[in-house]
Design a binder for this molecule. Structure first.
Ligand SMILES: Nc1ncnc2c1ncn2[C@@H]1O[C@H](COP(=O)(O)OP(=O)(O)OP(=O)(O)O)[C@@H](O)[C@H]1O
Ligand SMILES: [Mg+2]
Length: 407
């Protein structure tokens, strides 16, 4: 470990770090071509035989956020990237749990993730095992270690119905479960949709029957996780000491949610859609929701997140107009309550998807519970988007190290 620390140089300057990575690529036998400055998508091009690789270099001090990985994966799918055989994303401080979960579940074949230390590049994701034999050690530099933390309560809430509370609560639980956390989902909505969606025996109409989902591990040497749905009166923190993530699917009528739970929320997630009728009132629904929760809970950090985002190019203009209206009203509001913010879609958003739209069909056709995360490899927008949202929230929490206990 001491040796590793000594071998780990810390670069302050991204240009110096880029030059360092370029030298390491040369040592691996690649010819290095530096593209014009500010070339979007990648920083270095490397060539060896038929291989032509786009290398993106990030000099972050903290672990690289999943948004950076997603942007690079999107870039590799663009027509302008078609001439590259693959892409390497190289950082100096490693990758967080959400990023590693994403690549381990999707298994992209055209991507490698590496951490550049003083001596060599330490490969964190190398689907064909081509270069991993160079690894010094699998350990992260010590400064990348996260702090421990207690049980965190997330409330998913808005005063408006049908904007995706239940969908977001369930899939945010799914993203945390993929990352190795056991999650409790508290169904606070009198409609009891969550309970129906996770009922182990879909043919039973037992309101108290077990409702849970086992999320298998994506790596053979790891343990799977469980999502358990409970009613408010079934929840007892002491009975589940290992659970560090509790997510509440709230009733849109604030007073229908038990006060003692609303008071416990560390974080609130407010799904919102970018629709003109909702936003024309100056994002009123969101700011009203912030104010409502604040009356009952003084500590919660609150995040509005855009759900059902249509990322087609033809919606770009509408999205940006509606988004700037929403941003304006929320930033005005946060002057009086700085713990309230809008998550800009470039950090995290939930895209509109058929998988989410038709999620829940299993309760109609009687099949067992499942999330809209396809288990097969390949791009799955709900899984990517919810891992990105969980990653964003995690940067505001200290629950990460708990999952490490399970590995
Ligand atoms: N990102 C998305 N893409 C496509 N469809 C979505 C998305 N998010 C939610 N939906 C769909 O929108 C509908 C409403 O979602 P959901 O039931 O989660 O909202 P809700 O806020 O919990 O509603 P309620 O107030 O009735 O509890 C559902 O049919 C769901 O499948
Ligand atoms: Mg609901």
């Amino acid at each position: 470990m001491i040796l590793l620390k000594m071998a780990h140089l810390e670069f302050e300057d991204s240009y110096e770090f880029e030059k360092h990575v370029a030298r390491q690529c040369e040592e691996l036998g690649y010819e290095v071509v530096m593209p014009p400055k500010n070339q979007p998508g990648y920083d270095i091009e490397i060539i060896k035989g038929k291989e032509r690789i786009a290398v993106q270099v990030k000099c972050y001090k903290a672990k690289s956020p999943i948004a950076v990985l997603n942007r690079f994966m999107d870039f590799l799918e663009l027509p302008i990237a078609a001439s590259f055989t693959s892409g390497w994303l190289i950082t100096q401080s490693g990758f967080g749990k959400p990023s590693m979960t994403l690549v381990e579940t999707e298994r992209p074949s055209n991507l490698m993730l590496g951490v550049s230390t003083g001596k060599t590049i330490n490969w964190k994701y190398d689907p064909e095992g081509k270069l991993s034999h160079n690894n010094e050690s699998d350990e992260e530099p010590s400064h990348a270690k996260e702090e421990d933390g207690g049980t965190k309560y997330f409330g998913v809430f808005t005063c408006k119905g049908g904007v995706g509370k239940t969908t977001v609560a369930a899939h945010l639980a799914g993203a945390f479960a993929l990352m190795g956390f056991d999650v409790i989902l508290l169904d606070l909505d009198p409609d009891k949709n969550l309970r129906k969606l996770f009922l182990e025996d879909p043919s039973s109409d037992d309101n108290e029957g077990p409702a849970s989902l086992y999320v298998p591990p994506h790596k053979r040497d790891k343990m799977g996780s469980t999502i358990t749905v409970l009613n408010a009166d079934q929840w007892n923190e002491r009975a589940y000491p290992e659970v560090k993530v509790v997510i509440c699917d709230c009733s849109p009528v604030l007073n229908q949610n038990p006060d003692h739970l609303v008071e416990k929320f560390d974080y609130c997630v407010l799904p919102t859609t970018l629709n003109p009728l909702g936003i024309a009132k100056g994002g009123d629904v969101i700011t009203r929701t912030f104010a409502h929760i604040r009356k009952k809970n003084k500590k919660a950090e609150m995040f509005a997140v855009v759900n059902s985002y249509n990322s087609a190019q033809s919606y770009e203009r509408q999205n940006s107009t509606l988004l700037s209206m929403l941003e304006k009203s929320i930033s005005q509001y946060s002057q009086t309550d700085p713990k309230c913010q809008l998550i800009h879609p470039s950090y995290a958003k939930i895209r509109q998807s058929k998988l989410l739209q038709y999620w829940g069909m299993h309760i109609i056709d009687g099949s067992p519970p499942a999330l809209a995360f396809r288990e097969v490899a390949g791009r799955n927008y709900p899984r990517t988007d919810f891992l990105q949202l969980a990653g964003f929230l995690q940067d505001h929490t200290s629950i990460m190290s708990i999952s490490e206990l399970k590995q």
